[in-house]
Unconditional design. Structure first.
Length: 382
């Protein structure tokens, strides 16, 4: 028995990361007795496939991951088409809403929007779409067959692109003038004090509580870009003597400075997952105000131990037996990470515990169930 057809949209994504989540959600929906159909918007004529699916199937919901398949503008004819079908439309977003305003503020009926950060809905309510339906939906991963612990040859892995050296980013702030530069520096200082604090709160503390979206946006964008890069660079520089392996483009500038680090460059999501499966421990330095990242769940799915920045979500869902929480400041990391890596039984136990917690509550099948409940399409008791 099928509960009906759910249409999911697939599009382009860097390294295939986001694109890989769409079939994972589809598989989860199938497990829940829905009939998922994936429409690839990268293919010519995908609109015809979509319309034929609408005509021939019992559609119960649309799911757009990262905006794939959503109308190109509020005035697009696609808005009318979606609304005429009359079923829930769920936008599953993976970033902070400050950079998604045009995707969120759509005149779609029965439009539900989810974010990994629990506080994102309040931001949307205040600045983007008052009265909208906003929900918390963390990242997930899929169950994987992990290789034996003894066969893993990578001791410490970090996957993450470096878009610009953080010193270069920060030096450019002076081009905005002394007043703007000082405000950016003040915001960054506040963020470092507590990485779990919502970014907009730190920005408002400097700009003033009355700041509107147009005032907040450039500061949030600039600081967020900087913090992401600074966390990654600072972490690898402080932990370089542990000979970590780093996956991702943009690290060439540090190759000579950090000869003990193994930089392997850009990889697809499949290649990154293969390396994760061969790793004993995975680093996840990230802005805790974003609450979750797929890197953590991918590592847990592969049976690797996770060393992550704190977030309100991670601290509510995982104990120190499941995740090793990194200090806010990279300069405080070497001694505590050395102690952890030296305790091989603790590291292996943490990997096993994290994997169990992931399997019980954090697969994409669990997220598919949450989405079905959000859209009201899952029968009671199913």
């Amino acid at each position: 028995m099928s509960y009906g057809t759910v249409v999911l949209f697939l599009g382009d994504s860097n390294f295939g990361n986001i694109g890989s989540m769409v079939p994972a959600l589809a598989a989860g929906l199938n497990h829940l007795s829905f009939d998922p159909v994936i429409v690839d918007v990268r293919r010519g004529g995908y609109e015809n496939q979509l319309m034929e699916t609408v005509r021939s199937r019992d559609i119960v919901a649309f799911i757009s991951v990262s905006g794939f398949g959503l109308p190109s503008s509020p005035t697009s004819d696609a808005v009318r088409i979606f609304n005429d079908v009359g079923v829930p439309i769920m936008g599953v977003f993976l970033d902070h809403p400050f950079c998604l305003r045009d995707r969120i503020d759509m005149p779609l009926e029965n439009y539900h929007v989810t974010f990994p950060a629990s506080h994102a809905g309040a931001f949307c309510e205040r600045y983007i779409r008052p009265g909208g339906a906003f929900h918390h939906l963390p990242h997930g991963s899929v169950e994987r067959t992990s290789i034996p612990w003894a066969d893993r040859e990578i001791d410490l892995l970090m996957t993450g692109s470096l878009f610009l050296p953080p010193n270069t980013q920060r030096a450019a702030w002076r081009n905005h003038g002394a007043i703007v530069e000082a405000k950016l520096n003040d915001i960054v200082d506040l963020v470092w004090l507590d990485l779990t604090r919502p970014l907009e709160e730190s920005v408002r503390e400097v700009l003033g509580e009355g700041a509107d979206f147009e005032s907040l946006f450039p500061y949030m964008k600039t600081v967020d870009d900087y913090i992401r890069n600074a966390q990654r660079v600072d972490t690898i520089m402080e932990l370089s003597h542990f000979r970590p392996t780093v996956v991702g483009p943009g690290w060439d500038a540090y190759a000579d400075e950090l000869p003990l680090v193994r930089f392997v460059g850009q990889k697809t999501i499949q290649e990154s997952l293969e390396m994760t499966n061969r790793s004993r421990a995975v680093l996840n330095p990230f802005p805790g105000y974003n609450d979750s990242h797929e890197r953590v769940f991918n590592a847990m799915a592969c049976g690797s131990a996770v060393l992550s920045s704190r977030s309100a979500f991670y601290q509510s869902e995982f104990s120190p037996e499941d995740i090793f929480f990194l200090p806010n400041r990279a300069s405080d990391m070497p001694s505590v990470v050395a102690e952890l890596l030296a305790n091989k039984d603790r590291l292996r136990g943490m990997a096993a515990s994290g994997h169990q917690r992931f399997s019980r509550a954090h697969t994409w099948t669990h997220r598919a169930r949450s989405l079905a409940q959000i859209g009201g399409i899952l029968p009671v008791g199913a």
